[in-house]
Design a protein around this ligand. Structure first.
Ligand code: BDP
Length: 712
């Protein structure tokens, strides 16, 4: 066969199979099988000339042209049925006179409405809001309706965000490495900014706006003060200018010792007048570049970071100093509660609560305290943080981790919406039953106007942004839940699958089930029954429950699992560390008694004898074996299930996911074998005969090294 013929043949095979690299995320705008929407849409009419309204026009044009497979016509008059009219009552007399004022009132500042309305005798679709960005959110939602094949002939939608600040926290360093990043390098190219605006910055803003994200912290919480210097502020300004039309504000991490490191001062004491002046000037300077700068995110006195306690001041002293500098510009401080110290012998679980609860009511109104979903870290399963429900006078912001530091990193398919929902739906009992964490976070519990949810981003320079094709779903889920925490994980999974892959019901049914089970499966093969923090040192990749030689006690996995000849688990009851006392009594009751404790968190709160009878009737040891073996087996089933979905998925992404699910299965077996062989040295019990024996020795698993694991 001639080479050219071969080439043409290969090319046509390739096109037939289809290939997508994932860059378009959930904004692919491919025509779907069922195009009933075609008959309801004939043209677009947008009004207003702001950059945001230009973004609305561009997105509707792009989206509808793709979905309808024809160049969309722009109309200047309502001269036919099916015109999609987008604008605010301020920019569009048509909308102003459309009789939708009461609906718009419900939409609030950032919300939107999408309604079918007669304008004259023409049936139109109106997308509107009280601000241009509201219209933009509405445009994205309208496109989502088409992408997911929702009926559009009679629309009546009003949607407002339940949370005010919906943010991504990038843990990106100025050298472009990403702490706990598994998708390549940072997308911020500090070297070529501000002159070069990568198309990625614009597409990043589009993707975020499409799910309602309205804030981004560009830099790592382990901050480098260089970001606050003039040349870098010019670069930050360039990014802020790109993001502004999409409703996204820029925030920066502030290194507490910046006045010393970049300002030449001798101290960073928050009560020192010179230090306060330095920050006041610095903040003023930032606002000359970025007039709508959001504020600072601060990690202080945690894991070696500088902070006010270095000067015998409190977290409130530190936060308030920055808040005072930001207040004249309406900026805010987001002060992290992720603090623990090796000088403090108390259970790490208790330290943030001990530090922060006494400060409740002592923060300025423009300070939020950002609390991780759980008290230890971002474990695969973690009881909600006891600070939720314990600081009624302070607006608490939720911090989730979207990047999968502890959940299989770049190689495991783990859909995180169920994890996020589990925390948000947990009952803190702050004011009796029904005091969910979601109500604490959305301000309804204590009447806070300032509310927020942040997610540690999983975005990098990989062509598909997130590394694992399914990791995109976690970025998507964060935004959707921050907008509306009542959405179910199932709805979010299905939306994402429909937009990212296919509307075919056979695909959706199977793929969404796979996603919805994935987090439970991961917990089973890695951290069952409440085990936690037993991962490899430093890179946190894979199992290493045996590690016991790190400087800080609470960095060692043995600190958390406490396995010995009598049993396993951390006694956090009154006879142990008593971390349970930090929860309201009714919340505590779920876990307090070993006999009735929710078994999902049993070893989180109790040191349990190896022969303890579990609800299944098995002994604890047998149950541990059962969970690890079942988890690994289910990971294998995920891989097999994916194979049945080949007809619905383009070749490239199908193969990527196939390879990754194979790795996930192998790594699940690795977790299972390494953990059981190690815990067996304490339990002195056999792995039940029905299970296949681990093929390698404990020594083998202990010897594994990963010097170049990403994300450190
Ligand atoms: C831990 C990460 C570490 C972060 C820290 C934090 O391992 O890289 O700096 O959280 O949130 O989970 O500050």
């Amino acid at each position: 066969m001639k080479r050219t013929t071969l080439l043409i043949l290969c090319l046509s095979c390739f096109l037939a199979a289809g290939a997508e690299n994932g860059y378009d995320l959930w904004l692919r705008y491919k025509p779907s099988g069922n195009q009933t929407y075609r008959q309801h849409i004939t043209a677009v009419l947008t009004t207003g000339s702001s950059p945001t309204m230009k973004a609305v026009r561009d997105e509707l044009t792009r989206g509808l042209s793709g979905l309808l497979q024809t160049a969309i016509t722009h109309s200047t008059a309502v001269n036919r049925d099916g015109i999609v009219i987008a604008g605010t009552p301020h920019s569009s007399p048509l909308i102003h006179n459309a009789g939708i004022a009461p609906l718009l009132q419900q939409a609030g500042e950032e919300g939107f409405i999408i309604v079918t309305k007669k304008i004259g005798d023409k049936k139109c679709i109106l997308i509107s809001g009280n601000s241009d960005v509201g219209v933009l959110y509405g445009a994205f939602h309208f496109l989502r309706l088409l992408q997911t094949e929702q009926p559009v002939e009679q629309l009546h939608i009003v949607s407002t965000p339940r949370i005010k600040l919906r943010m991504l926290n990038h843990w990106d360093n100025l050298d472009r490495t990403v702490e706990r990043g598994y998708a390549g390098f940072s997308i911020w190219n500090w070297h070529t900014l501000p002159g070069y605006i990568d198309q990625r910055y614009i597409d990043y803003a589009r993707a975020n706006a499409s799910i309602g994200i309205n804030g981004t912290v560009l830099t790592n919480v382990n901050a480098n003060a260089t970001i606050l210097t003039k040349p870098y502020l010019e670069k930050v300004k360039a990014l802020a200018d790109v993001f502004r039309p999409y409703g996204i504000k820029v925030y920066l991490t502030a290194r507490f010792s910046a006045p010393v490191e970049t300002g030449g001062l001798k101290t960073a004491d928050p009560l020192n007048e010179e230090v306060r002046q330095w920050w006041t000037k610095k903040v003023k300077e930032i606002y000359t570049y970025i007039p709508d700068f959001g504020g600072f995110l601060v990690k202080a006195n945690s894991e070696g970071q500088p902070g006010p306690q270095d000067y015998q001041r409190t977290h409130a002293d530190g936060a308030n100093m920055l808040a005072d500098a930001l207040a004249p510009f309406s900026g805010i401080v987001i002060w992290r509660a992720f603090v623990y110290s090796n000088e403090n012998p108390a259970d790490r679980h208790k330290q943030a609560y001990d530090d922060f609860v006494p400060l409740d009511g002592r923060f300025r109104p423009n300070v939020m305290v950002q609390v991780k979903n759980g008290a230890i870290d971002f474990m695969p399963r973690e009881p909600f943080h006891p600070l939720f429900g314990a600081m009624p006078k302070t607006p608490l912001m939720m911090e989730f981790q979207v990047t999968q530091e502890y959940l299989g990193q770049g190689t495991h398919l783990v859909f995180l919406a169920p994890l996020f929902a589990e925390t948000l739906q947990s009952d803190s009992y702050q004011k009796g039953p029904g005091s969910t964490v979601a109500k604490v976070i959305d301000g309804s519990m204590d009447g806070h106007p300032l509310t927020g949810i942040a997610g540690v981003a999983n975005i990098g320079s990989d062509i598909n942004w997130c590394g694992h094709p399914f990791a995109q779903a976690n970025w998507y889920a964060l935004g959707r839940l921050a907008w509306d925490h009542t959405l179910s994980s199932k709805q979010i999974a299905e939306e994402w699958l429909r937009m990212s892959y296919s509307n075919d019901e056979r695909f959706i049914g199977t793929a969404s089930k796979l996603m919805l089970e994935s987090r439970d499966i991961m917990v089973q093969y890695a951290n069952p029954i409440g085990l936690h923090h037993i991962m490899g040192t430093s890179h946190h990749y894979g199992p290493a429950p045996w590690v016991n030689d790190l400087n800080r006690p609470e960095w060692n996995p043995v600190y958390y699992h406490r396995a010995d000849s009598t049993g396993i688990g951390f006694n956090r009851t009154a006879t142990g560390s008593n971390a349970l006392a930090q929860y309201h009594p009714e919340a505590r009751a779920r876990w307090e008694n070993m006999l009735t404790c929710d078994e999902k968190n049993l070893l989180w709160f109790h040191h349990v004898p190896w022969d303890f009878r579990m609800k299944s009737g098995r002994s604890l040891w047998d149950e541990l074996c059962y969970q690890y073996y079942t988890g690994a087996e289910r990971a294998g089933k995920m891989r097999d299930t994916w194979q049945t979905l080949q007809p619905y998925v383009d070749r490239q992404r199908f193969e990527q996911v196939s390879m990754l699910l194979q790795i996930q299965h192998e790594e699940a077996i690795w977790w299972r074998n390494a953990c059981l062989l190690y815990f067996q040295t304490f339990s002195k019990r056999l792995i039940p005969a029905e299970y296949e024996k681990p093929s390698k020795t404990l020594e083998y698993y202990k010897s594994l090294q990963f010097p170049f694991a990403p994300g450190i």
